[in-house]
Write a protein that binds this ligand. Structure first.
Ligand SMILES: [Ca+2]
Ligand SMILES: [Ca+2]
Ligand SMILES: [Ca+2]
Length: 176
């Protein structure tokens, strides 16, 4: 798995930038997606998403101290981790966004889901175009999850732009 992809995803998950993904920070992804789609805490899909995210957090936090450092994230993330726990968690967020429950997201749903997770809207727009290969105006669940998997494992994917491809990494700039 590409270290560059890991760094970008870690930076996105560490929303306050203190170098540690806290449990609350990670679970806040679910809350943001839920409120972006007008779903309350008792919505069964929100409950399912919280369960899936708690599972991922427990796996990521290798030493169990309640915070995930980049080293813990780097050592954990990869194909196997994706298949075991990330896929259900990412799928649970997809389901929150899929208002008619047909397993496909429209462009506004897709963009809202990505921006609710802290990603830039322009990147989401370009990723939607890349994933909507037949131009039907919807992106299917399997294609969405496959694209995130490919980004995680190879660093190259139609989803790359949706993780802020065009933005310089501030840590890289300061290291120069
Ligand atoms: Ca943090
Ligand atoms: Ca830890
Ligand atoms: Ca749908």
């Amino acid at each position: 798995m590409s270290n560059e992809a890991k760094r970008r995803i870690f930076a996105m998950l560490d929303s306050d930038g203190d170098g540690v993904i806290s449990h609350d920070e990670y679970l806040a992804r679910v809350d943001r997606a839920a409120s972006a789609f007008g779903r309350g805490p008792q919505d069964p899909l929100v409950v399912a998403a919280r369960v899936a995210h708690r599972e991922v957090f427990g796996q990521m936090d290798g030493d169990g101290d309640g915070g995930v450092t980049f080293e813990e994230y780097r050592d954990w993330a990869g194909h196997e981790a994706f298949e075991q726990t990330c896929r259900p968690a990412l799928g649970s967020l997809f389901d929150l966004a899929d208002s008619d429950g047909d397993g496909r997201l429209t462009r506004p749903e897709f963009t809202r889901l990505r921006t609710a997770s802290g990603n830039p809207a322009e990147g989401a727009d370009a990723a939607f175009d890349a994933l909507d290969v037949d131009g039907e105006g919807v992106v299917g669940r399997a294609a969405y999850l496959a694209a995130i998997h490919d980004f995680l494992t190879t660093g190259a994917s139609p989803m790359a732009g949706a993780y802020g491809d065009a933005r310089p990494d501030p840590r890289e700039l300061s290291a120069r």
